[in-house]
Ligand binder design. Structure first.
Ligand code: F6R
Length: 243
């Protein structure tokens, strides 16, 4: 079941998302968080950091699993998702480095990295999975056409995703990686609760299709209609096509 929360702007999206996240962490100091990168969660991460600093909310027993990582960027590259997560969240809270899981694109056996990630995930139950959404309806880097029963795998990014993400790479599409390792859709769906945040008119069609469209592999996020606990928080622009 999808609960939709419509608010005015990005700040309010982040504040509503923080309430949902805070409840999970406050109720269970050992919670397992599924985390996302991209611009959508940054406001939420800022509020988590502020709450950690001001109220002492601790992450020392929290475990995290990130959705995805680019292939072809060294971890120290500022746009690797490893760097992103440390810069935007992990470096500012008291999380234990060994409790952090991010798919690895190091080495030459990427399939083994995927298998290892699936095996690690199998040992845990994700309590809350945070998601952004691509303008093409992707979740993680599960692009349109990805089977709903997919697990962590190597994927080619769609042209539209490469164009969308060029803003992180000097607006130069030739610098954007063309492949990623991503949790699969079935990994995402196995979380107890799913929290999606979306803002901006670029997301309006994908949000409409996710909530009101048919459940189809052509819109990966439409599978969320089959999950029993989903909260989607949207600003006015992303909600523009909802009634
Ligand atoms: C990020 C991820 C992607 C993004 C999506 C939206 O870990 O898995 O699915 O959530 O591409 O990106 P932004 O938030 O930058 O619009």
């Amino acid at each position: 079941m999808i609960k939709v929360i419509k608010v005015e702007d990005y700040q309010q999206v982040s504040e509503e998302a923080f309430k949902v996240m805070k409840e999970v962490v406050a109720n269970n100091p050992k919670a397992v968080l599924g985390l996302a990168t991209g611009s959508s969660p940054i406001g939420l991460y800022k509020l988590m950091i502020a709450d950690h600093n001001e109220n002492g909310t601790s992450y020392k027993d929290i475990t995290t699993f990130n959705l995805d990582e680019y292939v072809g960027l060294p971890v120290e590259h500022p746009e690797s998702y490893y760097s992103f997560m440390h810069r935007n969240l992990f470096d500012h809270i008291d999380i234990n480095e060994e409790n952090i899981h991010i798919p690895s694109s190091l080495g030459d056996d990427l399939q083994k990295n995927c298998d290892d990630y699936n095996a690690a995930m199998a040992d845990w139950q994700v309590d809350i999975q945070l998601l952004g959404i691509g303008s093409d309806g992707h979740i993680g880097f599960n692009e349109p056409g990805t089977p709903f029963d997919s697990v962590t795998h190597i994927t080619d990014l769609k042209e539209s995703t490469i164009v969308d993400n060029a803003r992180f790479f000097d607006n130069d599409i030739s610098k954007v990686p063309t492949q990623a390792i991503t949790m699969g859709i079935s990994n995402v769906m196995s979380a107890k609760k799913i929290l999606m945040v979306a803002n901006g008119k670029n997301k309006a069609q994908a949000i409409f299709d996710t909530i009101n469209g048919p459940v189809t592999e052509e819109v990966p996020a439409s599978i969320l209609q089959k999950h029993n606990d989903v909260v989607i928080i949207v600003d006015r622009e992303a909600a523009a096509l909802l009634d």
